[in-house]
Ligand binder design. Structure first.
Ligand code: NDP
Length: 416
């Protein structure tokens, strides 16, 4: 959806992403601060949930004798425009198989990338991938509701799994995926590409230096006017059974994930509101939605997402000593971070529309084999993806009931 090629992208085109890594470090410095007592009788989540690992630039692993092979499942816009071309820049990963419901398209794309016909699969013969030694991992880039079943099938086939966001459309499906990975003893990683974006990493190091003091308010807006939102009968993003929801599932998830990381904490209370839909196109899923999180630390996040307001990906983190603004925050090709403090503004950005050796897509693809080789956990685990899905569900519940929702932490400890 709206995954433009660099050539046709407008000058300040922005795109979706997760700024989780940014928040990881932004709040690391404040993790030991005294926690405010939660109100409304909600039990606080167990401590120590924050502090996700600093992503660094995850490149330096000696090249092994053989690159790690991915099968990409679902040849849609994101796969074709972003992921497949990014293999060219990978140091540790290569594309070895394609899985598609469209055999002609798979053959055409297979030829472009030098994939032999024997490594092209349909959804029905996907399970035969178990016998293919060229495939180490399966990268699922399908409509959201199909992620869980394909992840479970991939684990059954003995493969590692990279899965696009949102991880699934229910917490139960997320758990199913995590359990299947554990049974297979294979890694599960969620495709939160901004963990690997150099500007996000710059923002992380700025925040880790205490540049804005204690973060207290986050505002984040993630909107995409160019979304494929014209016909609910043909587009899965508008069909609840395939998407699980509207702009929140597709775009708002980045604000949800990023704000958790920025606060280095998980929310204890969720509130939300959905604007009445102005068009029958949104008969099954929401268009405009806003939400608020309250954290143990006393910090507050406010987020919005929509399919019908001007394309924006923005984070603003306000502390007691300054403000950090990322705008665009989650673009494919260029992001920008500004530190505003004592009347001064310093800005860092990457050149527009260049894919250099450290592009976020290739770094994400390389991260899975690097983690497997080192025996370390991936940055964006299934548990992290599930926590976001849990919060997305809480936002919907808050919006539909008009009440604050306490977050459920009962099984968090069990899963990590
Ligand atoms: P598209 O609609 O462009 O592609 C989805 C592909 O899934 C289709 O082309 C088709 O591939 C396959 N598919 C299988 N079953 C169905 C079905 N019932 N209906 C529609 N398609 C089906 O979507 P995107 O590529 O934009 O999104 C795919 C996933 O990637 C989503 O989970 C989305 O959230 C995520 N995404 C992540 C982004 C990021 O920045 N991390 C950006 C964009 C998307 P085929 O014809 O080969 O069978």
């Amino acid at each position: 959806m709206n995954a433009r090629s660099p050539k046709d992208a407008p000058k300040n085109a922005t795109r979706r992403g997760v700024v989780g890594a940014l928040g990881a470090s932004l709040l690391a410095g404040s993790a030991t601060k005294a926690m405010a007592q939660p109100s409304m009788g909600f039990a606080p989540p167990p401590s120590g949930l924050g502090g996700r690992p600093f992503p660094n630039l995850l490149r330096p692993l000696a090249n092994g004798p053989r690159k790690f092979g991915y099968a990409v499942v679902g040849l849609g816009k994101y796969a074709i425009n972003q992921i497949l071309p990014a293999f060219a820049e990978c140091q540790h990963a290569r594309l070895t198989a394609l899985v598609s419901g469209d055999a002609t398209k798979a053959r055409r794309i297979g030829k472009q990338y030098g994939i032999s016909e024997s490594n092209l699969y349909s959804y029905s013969d996907f399970d035969k991938i178990a016998q293919n030694p060229d495939v180490d991992a399966v990268y699922i880039i399908l409509p959201n509701a199909l992620h869980a079943d394909f992840a479970v099938r991939a684990f059954r086939a003995g493969k590692h799994v990279m899965c696009e966001k949102p991880m699934a459309t229910s917490v139960e499906d997320c758990q199913r995926m995590i359990d299947a990975g554990k049974r297979a003893n294979k890694e599960l990683m969620i495709g939160y590409r901004c963990h690997f974006d150099p500007i996000t990493n710059k923002a992380i190091s700025l925040a880790r230096s205490g540049a804005i003091g204690k973060p207290q308010i986050i505002t984040t807006d993630n909107n995409d006017l160019g979304a494929d939102t014209t016909d609910p009968t043909t587009h899965w993003r508008l069909t609840r059974a395939l998407s699980g929801g509207g702009s929140l599932m597709d775009l708002g998830i980045y604000g949800v994930n990023g704000s958790r990381y920025m606060m280095n904490d998980d929310p204890i209370e969720v509130r939300a509101m959905i604007a009445p839909n102005s068009s029958p196109v949104f008969s099954q899923v929401e268009d405009i939605i806003t939400w608020q999180f309250r954290y143990r630390s006393g910090g507050i996040a406010h987020g919005s997402s929509s399919f019908t307001t001007y394309s924006t990906t923005r984070f603003c983190l306000q502390g007691d000593k300054g403000t950090l603004l990322m705008d665009p925050a989650t673009s494919y090709w260029s992001n920008r971070v500004s530190l505003c403090k004592s009347g001064d503004i310093e800005t860092w950005s990457t050149p527009m529309f260049t894919i250099d050796a450290l592009n976020q897509f290739s770094a994400q693809l390389d991260h899975l084999p690097i983690s497997i080789a080192k025996g370390t956990r991936v940055l964006a685990t299934g548990e992290e993806g599930m926590q976001d899905v849990r919060l997305l569900q809480s936002i919907y519940k808050a919006a539909h009931t008009g009440r604050a929702v306490a977050t459920d932490w009962s099984d968090w400890r069990k899963t990590i």
